[in-house]
Write a protein that binds this ligand. Structure first.
Ligand SMILES: *Cc1c(COP(=O)(O)O)cnc(C)c1O
Length: 233
């Protein structure tokens, strides 16, 4: 299948997942994750109508983003080392992978006049391999909840950041359905934080090639899709 056919198939599946739960497909933004793929593939996806792209490594983004002429929105979805924070604002429009208070401080101090749009990455599943503020068991474990709320308060207090929501990654599972508790957990966490901290968090970045229909059913507003558009890496 070509990139244009893949984009059409993904868009159709996004729409079907929305219709299944009575959501407006326009409320879900497709972010094509172009990591490890050449600029020519990005151009093909742009020609197919994709307007949002994501990368996960700063070095690769530095090489590719300036060579894309079209006015698209760039999303950073990978872990950012604090010492590379200064490279982020010139390249990216939205950061999904703000995963520590320390990084938040660095990014905030690198933001210019306009605040940086960021999402806070949280680790709902508790897997040691996943980045993000620890949110494993936040509904039952008071110490996890206290630490998490404290970190959010610190991040929200920083000028220079526009915190608009949460991001998470589901574990790799055999059946897509097994990811549902993680996505539902992110939506519930968002609701709780919003209510307690009185800060709107409308965006939920969740869902990748193997699980995005479930993420959409659970409220995803941004789906990050690589392989279903560009093929295996
Ligand atoms: C690679 C990547 C994706 C896309 O993964 P696919 O399985 O190729 O859809 C999404 N989010 C993040 C953070 C990634 O690193």
């Amino acid at each position: 299948m070509s990139i244009v056919e893949n984009v059409q198939a993904v868009q159709a599946r996004i729409a079907a997942a929305c219709v299944a739960v009575g959501r407006d497909p326009a409320a879900v933004t497709l972010v094509a994750i172009s990591k490890k793929k050449p600029v020519a593939d990005i151009e093909a996806a742009i020609a197919a109508g994709v307007q949002h792209f994501g990368e996960n490594r700063v070095e690769e983004a530095q090489e590719k983003i300036p060579s894309v002429q079209a006015d698209v929105t760039w999303h950073m979805v990978g872990h950012i080392q604090s010492r590379k924070a200064r490279l982020i604002p010139p390249l990216f429009n939205v950061i999904h992978s703000l995963d520590s208070v320390k990084l938040a401080g660095k990014l905030a101090s690198e933001a210019g006049e306009t605040p940086l749009d960021v999402l806070v990455q949280v680790n709902i599943s508790g897997e040691g391999t996943k980045s993000g503020l620890n949110a494993f068991g936040w509904q039952t474990d008071a110490s996890v909840r206290t630490a998490l709320w404290q970190d959010f308060r610190a991040i929200l207090a920083l000028p220079g950041l526009n915190v608009s929501g949460l991001m998470t990654m589901a574990p790799i599972v055999d059946e897509m359905e097994q990811t549902r508790p993680v996505f539902a957990g992110l939506a519930a966490l968002r609701d709780a934080l919003q209510a307690d901290l009185e800060h709107p968090l409308p965006e939920l970045s969740m869902g990748m090639t193997d699980d995005y229909p479930i993420a959409i059913q659970e409220g995803a507003t941004l789906v990050r899709i690589g392989r279903a558009i560009f093929g295996e890496r």
